[in-house]
Design a protein around this ligand. Sequence first.
Ligand SMILES: NC(=O)c1ccc[n+]([C@@H]2O[C@H](COP(=O)([O-])OP(=O)(O)OC[C@H]3O[C@@H](n4cnc5c(N)ncnc54)[C@H](OP(=O)(O)O)[C@@H]3O)[C@@H](O)[C@H]2O)c1
Length: 327
Amino acid sequence: MSKQKVLILGATGHTGESILQGLLKDTESFQEVEALVRPASAEKPEVKKIAEMGVKIHVVDIGGPLDELVNVLTGIDVLISAIDPMGQLAELKLVTAAKKAGVKRFVPCAFITVAPPGGVMTLRDNKEEVYQEIWKQFLPYTVIDVGYWHQLSFPTLPSGRVDYASAFIPKVEIHAGGTAPTMLTDLRDIGNFVALIIKDPRTLNKFVCTYSDALSENEIFAMMEELSGEKIERKHISAEDIIASCVSALAASKAEPENLMAQAMKFIAEYEFSKYVRTDNTPEYAKYLGYLDARELYPEFKPKTFREFLGELFEGKVENPYKRSRN
Ligand SMILES: NC(=O)c1ccc[n+]([C@@H]2O[C@H](COP(=O)([O-])OP(=O)(O)OC[C@H]3O[C@@H](n4cnc5c(N)ncnc54)[C@H](OP(=O)(O)O)[C@@H]3O)[C@@H](O)[C@H]2O)c1
């Protein structure tokens, strides 16, 4: 296969940066990796940083004139979007532009847990609106879901020694008994998986899920205690409480649709409902929904296991995704 030219939207974000790193490593497969940046961000240091890495930057407003987008997308083999959770519907215009430009594969912004469409997770449903637009326009695509990041899946310890990397302090909740297995991928492996998936003809017009492990919260807490030698005082949240949180978060987000915090709280409550009450985010359910399993497609690739991740966490080597320096 000839080398591919790839354009990433969101290359300065968490997921996009992982994808950028994964593609830049594979110079045999990817001829050029370019980034689409909105005008308001053109002067940001993180954009300059990726430009210095040799990434060609296209400054375009994805909500602007269609012709400008089509111009940028012409000649692109693979377009990948890693836009933030609130920005999903801005991708609808990209679908039209990608179709007009003859893009050979669009990877819309999925990169979440496995869940069914239709009222379980608003975030999933927003993404599904984009998938439906892709299907209406007969645009070649691949949807890639990754389970939950390792970086968001470990509990904190009484000593405080892993607080530096945790998005929430304390984080000691066990949901609905803690028995539901949930697929996990290290944020840093998302790009490695994407590099394998987008050059593979078997994944064209398919859904693919990635994971290193499928672990329950009980298993994660036990592993954390074993490796740290500390005892974690668990806070149990029942299935009923999770459902009640979803109902109130949904009401709050409806009452204040412009309030980003209310929207984020709804997304978090619905993740918990889907992962722990419905138990959606498993390899078995992914297969049932029609996903290809990246572990079966690429047995030679060994993603970072959750246990390996915890080893790095105790050595102080994990980056807190929500506190990182972007310079
Ligand atoms: N599986 C998990 O555990 C997990 C965790 C978190 C997120 N996610 C999913 O991963 C996806 C990406 O999230 P993230 O946290 O990686 O995102 P992020 O760090 O917030 O980054 C978003 C990126 O999109 C860019 N962007 C936003 N609006 C844009 C626009 N109109 N035009 C061009 N670029 C734009 C941002 O650039 P600027 O510099 O211009 O803002 C940034 O580069 C989300 O959709 C979310 O659902 C999954």
